[in-house]
Design a protein around this ligand. Structure first.
Ligand SMILES: Cc1ncc(C[n+]2csc(CCOP(=O)(O)OP(=O)(O)O)c2C)c(N)n1
Length: 801
């Protein structure tokens, strides 16, 4: 394909030019109508103040540019029968996506009430940014959207996530030039190094260079064109520039750019696939330089609006400013609605013909309603990967290391379906999941040199970019388009995507209530390399606070699991990979650690989510003197060690051991669907015995989850207290008073009736803590009694619950 000659051709016939311009005017008219009009949708009578909404909300500035893009994409979709979806990076331009999906008919198919006639138009306008109506953004309610765009920065990574494993798909992604300044977007340009042109789809970024943000110019608009071009080329793209403001010229320029882009994409695909050539191509992209608030009011109250930041939101206020009503009417009439809609308010047929048909319409493309395409994962039987646990406390090689082979086989079983991917910021091997590379590679389309490991143009793992933002964005895009995946990350650094998690959780909450939006696979996090075992890294890598952040979200959406050992981790992960429409957070260790439960027991324990470990307790049939509760692998180990001390030195003491896998069990059922009833909670935690609760994360969270429970005043939680450094594993627990000695002391503190026996043990425990300090300072490792500790009642078989 001679790309140069394509660029020279005039591509729009007069009829096409007229049609695409009319569509654009119609979309602009509908956008202005949505922001302003309460009534009189077709301007059949002069505009009155009563026709205008009282509260004017929304964003005009970005909207006409997005309408322009959508109209032109429609043309090429039809011409080349393209499978395309639209991602609105500046999703605050909600009027644009709503207007276009309405014009193409997909909106009314989903919301028949918003019909394609005058009555429907009136409702369309009224509902926008109106109580009981729809939000002002490209919200989940909007067909064709997989991206809200309210929080800027994620469009391009979502687009790539959608493109992976969708070889025929083109994801058109509008990127705001302000959005392009955000960290996540700025790194997302590199995503092109992870796309395999043979098996993945294409992303067509359209940088919307309208020059301004809310109140400032954008950087990319204020550097020389040459510098911008070099920047984008430096990221490996071929930028095609479309610049100007005169509609007819801009239509032709945009049509030409799109012809070129589509031709390049088709050529790249053809060559890559025919020749099985995975070499990284230079994908095309478009830079659309057009005025902010294009076609809107030029000057308002003596100030330039079109082409400035003043066009960002609502440029007119008819209720408050004299003269604005007339400006609004002139503006609306400038689109010549009578040429666009018939007397009944229906888009004229020759204009409507611009729209693709059926599921080729971007508002009806099933990729943008991923649940429609979702197929169950084929999962091997997780029991086949069980770790042998002949006795409670048998040594384990590292819990995530036991999970690795299971995930490896999930990859293998779904290889031909191409619907499962693992993402991570350079940590898959470090997190103990190296077994994956026995069956797959890291997908990487940049150069390789001898000595590289597990890099290939196609692979199920994408973990070669050190960007938590990209991993999250890619995975979200992948899930939203109907596939499955898992994000493995260091616990401390998952905080980097706190805000992205927020947005995804909000999306899940809203879409769960939209019957036409089908459920998608859950977003699964595996947080290995957790707070308690940062032997190499120390304080900077110690932060278990993501859990606190996650539980702020709607209970219907979030789940948090802390499996105490490998068999529990396998059972939990199997459950998470089967689940739908949740965010599952799984926290597990990768270091050698004792194993507690045989697989059948682990499975039951995980299904219950919480349970009394009878084999570690000695309160059978009686009310315990103390409940020793634990949640997390390290807290479980320390709790069992504390229990063995208590039972050895105070054999008459009745100790109950409770382990929590599913953190949400602690909440009342009114707060979370997993919550234990008060009766069940009381049966486990008693209504009066002291509870010493060893928790993986910050202690306040346990209080927050249990504060309504009868025995809350007796629940004493130990967890991470923000004490950390490079030290021995056991010392980490000592620094935070989560170690066995402190836990046992805490129990004694709440058992005053033990009198002298308790006091004697307390002295001994204090002495062990001093011995610990002396030893680690002398030898640089934990005391043998810690390193070699074994569960004392080791005669109990792990098959016993
Ligand atoms: C992460 C984030 N920071 C700040 C904002 C507030 N905000 C909303 S729109 C906007 C300007 C966006 O500019 P641009 O991406 O160029 O979009 P456009 O000019 O097309 O509206 C800002 C800063 C936001 N939505 N998201």
């Amino acid at each position: 394909m001679d790309m140069k000659s394509t660029q020279q051709k005039v591509v729009l016939s007069p009829v096409e030019l007229q049609r695409v311009d009319a569509w654009w005017r119609a979309a602009n008219y509908l956008s202005v109508g949505q922001i302003f009009l309460f009534d009189n949708p077709l301007l059949k009578r002069p505009l009155a103040l009563t026709d205008v909404k009282r509260m004017l909300l929304g964003h005009w500035g970005t909207t006409p540019g997005q309408n322009f893009i959508y109209a032109h994409l429609n043309r090429v979709i039809v011409k080349y029968d393209l499978d395309m979806i639209f991602i609105s990076g500046p999703g605050h331009g909600g009027p644009a996506v709503v207007a276009n999906t309405y014009l193409e008919g997909s909106y009314s198919e989903i919301y028949p009430d918003i019909s394609q006639d005058e009555a429907g138009l009136q409702k369309l306008f009224l509902q926008f940014s109106f109580p009981g109506g729809i939000p002002s953004h490209a919200s989940p309610e909007c067909p064709g959207s997989i991206h809200e765009g309210g929080e800027l920065g994620y469009s391009l990574s979502h687009a790539f996530g959608a493109a992976f494993d969708n070889p025929e798909l083109i994801v058109a992604c509008v990127i705001g030039d302000g959005e392009a300044e955000t960290g996540p977007l700025a790194t997302a340009w590199h995503s092109n190094k992870f796309l395999d042109p043979r098996g993945d789809g294409a992303v067509l970024p359209i940088l919307h260079l309208n020059g301004y943000k809310i109140a400032n110019p954008t950087l990319l608009a204020r550097i020389p064109r040459e510098e911008l071009e070099q920047l984008l080329r430096g990221y490996g793209w071929t930028p095609l520039f479309v610049a100007g403001h005169e509609p007819a010229l801009m239509h032709d320029a945009m049509a030409r750019a799109l012809e070129t882009a589509v031709a390049q994409i088709r050529t790249i695909r053809r060559e890559a696939r025919l020749q099985d050539n995975p070499t990284r191509p230079r994908w095309p992209m478009i830079v659309l330089e057009s005025p902010k608030g294009w076609t809107g009011p030029k000057i308002v109250d003596g100030k330039q609006v079109e082409g400035t930041f003043r066009a960002h939101q609502v440029p007119l206020h008819p209720g408050a400013k004299p003269g604005h009503l007339q400006l609004l009417e002139d503006w609306l009439r400038s689109y010549r609605p009578e040429e666009l809609f018939d007397q009944n308010g229906r888009l004229k047929t020759d204009i409507a013909d611009l729209a693709p048909r059926g599921t080729r319409r971007m508002g009806a493309n099933p990729h943008a309603n991923g649940g429609l395409l979702l197929r169950d994962l084929r999962l091997p039987d997780f029991r086949d990967y069980a770790v042998d646990v002949p006795t409670h406390g048998a040594p384990g090689a590292g819990d995530t290391r036991a999970l690795g082979p299971f995930l490896r086989d999930v990859v293998a079983l779904n290889q031909d379906l191409r619907n499962f991917r693992m993402f991570g910021p350079d940590e898959t091997a470090s997190n103990g999941l190296g077994a994956l590379f026995e069956t797959t590679a890291r997908q990487w389309d940049a150069a390789t040199i001898p000595g590289d490991e597990s890099l290939a143009p196609a692979g199920r793992v994408i973990d070669s970019m050190l960007s938590e933002h990209q991993c999250e964005g890619w995975l979200e895009g992948y899930l939203l388009t109907g596939r499955h995946g898992l994000f493995n990350c260091y616990e401390a650094f998952i905080h980097i995507i706190d805000s992205m998690f927020n947005q995804h959780a909000k999306w899940l909450k809203v879409t769960a209530k939209l019957p036409w939006r089908r459920e998608i696979a859950s977003l699964n996090y595996l947080l290995a390399s957790h707070v308690w075992r940062q032997d190499h890294n120390g304080f900077s890598h110690q932060d278990p606070g993501f859990i606190d952040h996650v539980v702020n979200k709607k209970a219907d959406v979030v789940r948090v699991y802390l499996p105490p050992d490998a068999n529990c981790l396998l059972s939990v992960m199997d459950h998470c990979l089967r689940s739908r429409h949740y965010v599952n957070v799984v926290i597990a260790g990768k270091h050698p650690a004792p194993q507690w439960l045989s697989m059948p027991v682990a499975e039951n324990h995980c299904a219950a989510g919480i349970g009394i470990w009878q084999w570690a307790s000695n309160d059978a049939g009686e009310s315990p003197d103390v409940v020793m509760a634990c949640c997390g692998d390290v807290p479980t180990l320390e709790t069992l060690a504390a229990v063995s001390i208590l039972r050895e030195y105070l054999p008459d003491l009745k100790v109950r051991v409770v382990n929590v896998v599913d953190l949400m069990k602690l909440q009342p059922p009114s707060a979370h669907p997993h919550g234990l009833s008060d009766a069940d909670f009381d049966a486990i935690f008693t209504t009066r015995s002291p509870v010493i609760f060893a928790f993986h994360g910050y202690p306040t969270l346990i209080h927050r989850l249990t504060y309504r429970r009868t025995n809350h005043a007796n629940i004493h939680v130990r967890g991470y207290q923000e004490e950390g450094t490079i030290t021995t594993p056991f010392d980490m627990t000592v620094l935070n008073e989560l170690d066995r000695f402190h836990l046992a002391m805490s129990a004694l503190d709440h058992l005053p009736h033990l009198g002298n026996a308790g006091m004697q043990l307390r002295i001994l425990l204090s002495e062990r803590l001093r011995a610990h300090r002396r030893y680690i300072c002398q030898y640089g490792e934990d005391m043998p009694e810690i390193r070699e500790w074994k569960w004392r009642a080791a005669t109990t078989r792990a098959g016993n619950s």
